[in-house]
Ligand binder design. Structure first.
Ligand code: NA7
Length: 540
């Protein structure tokens, strides 16, 4: 425990995390409900994910005009994004602007980790302890600890012996990393890897990419935002655009194609895929054919188009072959968009190593040894992802009724009602917890929906003299079973992904987010509210 203050203060609500989720929650509870709120934040500034993920090339893959808070019309009109996709430094500036504009910092305690939170039956309060010695109590305990914020540095022999620098993309040094003249190795080719690889390749002496699973990725066609589009189409129509996003499948204001790939001719398919590739971004998926997300044969037509593109772009046929994704359908892992990813393998200073066929044996003082080669490196970048959805919860000793620990309760995978509450943990709410659309959507849309749900719920409790709200264990069982059932009919079950916990050895293989879509989920939540918070046990 760090030395420091020891206080015993009482709040209406304690919120963990000062990213998008925590900042908006604080504003709502404090400014709309008049509650006393304290946010604890591990970092020394606001931003959450965008505070930590400062690796080169880091950016969001939802378009900037829709990746934002929507509670303030003035904020929507005033803020001008510069990139088509928002880049990490700009998102961080935006969140700092929001924190200042709405005077949020005074309720945030930075550089402070919550180490435990315990529900006390007799007082109906949560006792929260931090690593700085704070002990506070709150009626409501709300988590915004990030769905993908616990970095996964895989256990690798010899890492401690490595004499160079190493970094994880999710915990990047705040004053940057100098790649000049360095022989860099990067492990991992997920979203972070494919964003970082082209940028590091331009700066480093050499870059060796250690790839376990080849990826499908579509050019993002990132650039500066189209100002005419922003000023003439977005800003005057923001309300309509946002409403469409809120009721959509993915939290984006887009029109999904109604065409079926399997009903189209080979030429029609090629034309549609080519158009999606040229325009770039996720439109390749939603704008081409609706069956590529549902039917494996339809999916194969799109996957084969991408493989042909890889063969066309990558000049060395052996490297191209190694980059071809073949063992999982398109979209079964997180859909990726990139800037010059495949083109980067045409650079003289970039080498691709297939560690599926020649696994890493050990990290040595001077580099990485695989089964059949040795690579001399000055730096290793781990783009190896996160212990997603549950990892951050397990770093805190969270205990509900009868001292039940959340870690024990979730030992076979997360169990929640709507991804909002857990049976046995009264008055604890999760913003985009497991079992909600969260990581399968434009996060800001899902985050705001939860902020509204929680805030309305707390207001309802107050108006109706309800002291305790807790998920009914039966509703929880039904919801978990519904989440699994929805996932089973999707492509997501056909890949080893972090959605299923497959990237963490020993983690139960359970599909964690809700794949039914943002609009459907919102509808279900609204119905539950209309029925007097059906599925929650409410006590005076
Ligand atoms: P991801 O998407 O989990 O990608 C991690 C990458 O690292 C992926 O290529 C993994 O290969 C690879 N990996 C993980 N562990 C190992 C080990 N032990 N050895 C070799 N390679 C490994 O994380 P990202 O940070 O890229 O993205 C996370 C999310 O952040 C993203 O989806 C967005 O929502 C934002 P694998 O595919 O498992 O074989």
């Amino acid at each position: 425990m760090k030395s420091g203050r020891t206080t015993t203060q009482e709040f209406d609500a304690v919120v963990i995390g000062a990213g998008f989720g925590g900042l908006g929650m604080l504003r709502k509870l404090r400014d709309e409900l008049g509650m006393s709120v304290r946010i604890y934040e591990t970092g020394d500034g606001v931003g959450g994910t965008w505070h930590w993920n400062r690796y080169p090339g880091a950016r969001c893959d939802s378009e900037s005009y829709i990746y934002c808070f929507t509670f303030s019309k003035e904020l929507l009109q005033d803020w001008n994004w510069s990139g088509k996709y928002p880049e990490q430094p700009e998102i961080l500036s935006y969140l700092n602007h929001v924190a200042d504009r709405f005077d949020l910092r005074r309720n945030i305690q930075f550089d402070t980790k919550v180490v435990s939170s315990r529900y006390v039956e007799e007082t109906n309060r949560w006792e929260v302890e931090t690593d700085t010695g704070d002990r506070v109590t709150a009626k409501f305990f709300i988590t915004w600890i990030g769905c993908i914020s616990t970095s996964n540095v895989p256990t690798m022999n010899g890492l401690e012996s490595f004499e160079g620098e190493w970094h994880h993309t999710g915990d990047w040094p705040h004053d940057g990393v100098d790649f000049a003249g360095k022989r860099v190795g990067i492990i991992g080719t997920g979203s972070s890897g494919i964003q970082a690889i082209p940028v590091i390749a331009e700066q480093a002496r050499s870059l060796t990419v250690f790839q376990r699973t080849p990826q499908y990725t579509i050019p993002a066609r990132h650039g500066t935002i189209d100002r005419k589009f922003l000023e003439e189409e977005v800003k005057p129509n923001y309300e309509k655009i946002l409403e469409k996003a809120r009721w959509s499948k993915s939290g984006n204001a887009v029109n999904f194609s109604e065409r079926l790939a399997l009903n189209a001719t080979a030429e029609e398919r090629k034309e549609a895929y080519e158009a999606g590739w040229t325009e770039g971004g996720h439109k390749f998926l939603w704008g081409s054919f609706k069956d590529i997300g549902k039917d494996r044969r339809a999916n194969d037509t799109a996957a084969e188009f991408i493989r042909a593109k890889i063969r066309e772009i990558v000049k060395d046929p052996e490297t191209a072959e190694k980059l071809l994704p073949t063992d999982h359908p398109l979209g079964s892992k997180r859909a990726l968009i990139d800037t010059d990813y495949f083109e980067t393998y045409n650079r003289e200073n970039v080498e691709l190593v297939d560690i599926r066929h020649s696994p890493i044996q050990t990290i040595t003082p001077s580099g990485i040894r695989t089964e059949d080669s040795e690579f001399e490196l000055d730096m290793i970048v781990f783009a190896t992802g996160f212990d997603a959805m549950t990892g951050s919860f397990f770093k805190i000793d969270i205990r509900g009724r009868n001292n039940l620990s959340l870690k024990d309760k979730w030992s076979e995978g997360p169990k929640t009602y709507l991804g909002l509450q857990v049976a046995g943990f009264p008055n604890m709410f999760m913003i985009t917890g497991p079992g909600s659309p969260s990581v399968l959507s434009n996060m800001t849309v899902s985050i705001e929906q939860h902020q509204e749900f929680i805030s309305d719920f707390l207001d309802y409790m107050r108006a109706n003299d309800i002291e305790v709200a807790e998920a009914d264990p039966n509703s929880e069982i039904e919801w978990v079973s519904h989440v699994n059932k929805v996932a089973e009919s999707t492509m997501y079950m056909l890949a080893d992904s972090w959605y299923l916990g497959a990237n963490i050895p020993g983690k139960p293989r359970v599909f964690m987010p809700y794949a039914g879509g943002v609009g459907t989920y919102r509808e279900k939540c609204n119905e539950i509210v209309d029925k007097g918070y059906e599925g929650f046990i409410l006590r005076a």
